[in-house]
Design a protein. Structure first.
Length: 307
């Protein structure tokens, strides 16, 4: 399968590297020092199950040089999504499918508005990976999983083909008939992590303090209410299940939004808590906690180092 990875950071570098290691023709769309290192030295993945070394990979900042592909893994950051989607055209053939693996609940719709909804599958991923240094991807935890599916609920030949390619690359993957449920089930978890960014704290103290724990749970409940209003059949126990999962994570875990804030990097707050606030206004569901997180962080969304 011919594959393009749009955004070769932790997520794209890891999954794209696994696919390349399995023999697929993979092109990494990257930039800056990371691109230069990929072109010069190839890609190394320091994974929980061992190291993968690809001495030579195809890497470019020009999608037009790649040409039409069978699959695009969209793994750019959410704040770059519109720009990245606008660059996909040279890689889109008649049968190309785009699989988004970004945080957010309406990512497929945002991409579809640029390239056509018919080309986009639904997808979510669970992985802790980042660029350790240019050309090197570090997997922090053993978890690595992709869930994908058609929004219609059908198991189509194209969805099955993507599933089989990922599975053949030793990637844990599920083909879901309820991909909307899967997307919202991750979104409820990721959006609540905004409380860590808001408080400047790692996860453990947020869950241990009664006041910040109430904010965290309230954020979960707001997202659940949004999903139910929009007809998404989440499990009745989704809040309790999500809280149980979060409580099993390391207390020193620092969610990506909080880490980006600390480093003065751009924030995905608009696509997370900002979207919850917007959807709440649209469907008449109060989301005061998400609105507050968004309002408190939005002026830092373009990145601002701490003084």
């Amino acid at each position: 399968m011919k594959i393009a990875v749009m955004g070769a950071g932790g997520v794209g570098g890891f999954f794209g590297g696994k696919l390349a290691s399995a023999g697929h023709q993979v092109a990494f769309i990257a930039r800056g020092a990371h691109l230069a290192a990929l072109q010069r030295n190839g890609l190394r993945i320091d994974g929980s199950a061992g190291q993968i070394t690809l001495p030579s990979v195809t890497a470019t900042d020009d999608p037009a040089s790649v040409g039409p592909v069978d699959l695009v893994l969209m793994t750019a950051k959410a704040y770059d999504l519109h720009s990245a989607a606008g660059q996909l055209s040279p890689m889109l053939g008649g049968e190309t499918v785009v699989l988004p693996l970004l945080n957010g609940v309406d990512i497929a719709e945002r991409i579809g508005a640029v390239i056509g909804q018919e080309k986009v599958l639904g997808g979510v991923c669970y992985i802790g990976a980042s660029i350790a240094e240019p050309g090197v991807i570090k997997q922090a935890v053993a978890m690595q999983k992709i869930v994908l599916g058609e929004f219609s609920g059908e198991v189509t030949p194209r969805a099955q083909a993507v599933h089989d390619a990922l599975q053949g690359a030793d990637i844990q993957v599920e083909l879901s008939r309820q991909i909307g449920v899967e997307i919202w089930s991750k979104y409820i978890f990721i959006a609540a992590m905004g409380v860590c960014a808001l408080t400047g704290s790692v996860l453990g103290p947020v869950l241990a303090d009664p006041d910040t724990r109430a904010l965290f749970v309230g954020c979960l409940e707001e997202i659940e209410a949004l999903a139910r209003k929009k007809g998404i059949p989440l499990k009745k126990s989704i809040v309790a299940d999500t809280l149980k999962f979060v409580e099993q994570l390391p207390g020193q875990a620092k969610p990506s939004l909080a880490l980006s804030l600390e480093l003065g990097q751009k924030l995905e707050v608009e696509v997370l808590n900002g979207t919850a606030a917007r959807l709440g206004r649209e469907v008449g569901v109060p989301t005061p906690i998400n609105q507050f997180i968004y309002a408190a962080l939005k002026l830092r969304a373009d990145g601002a180092p701490r003084q």
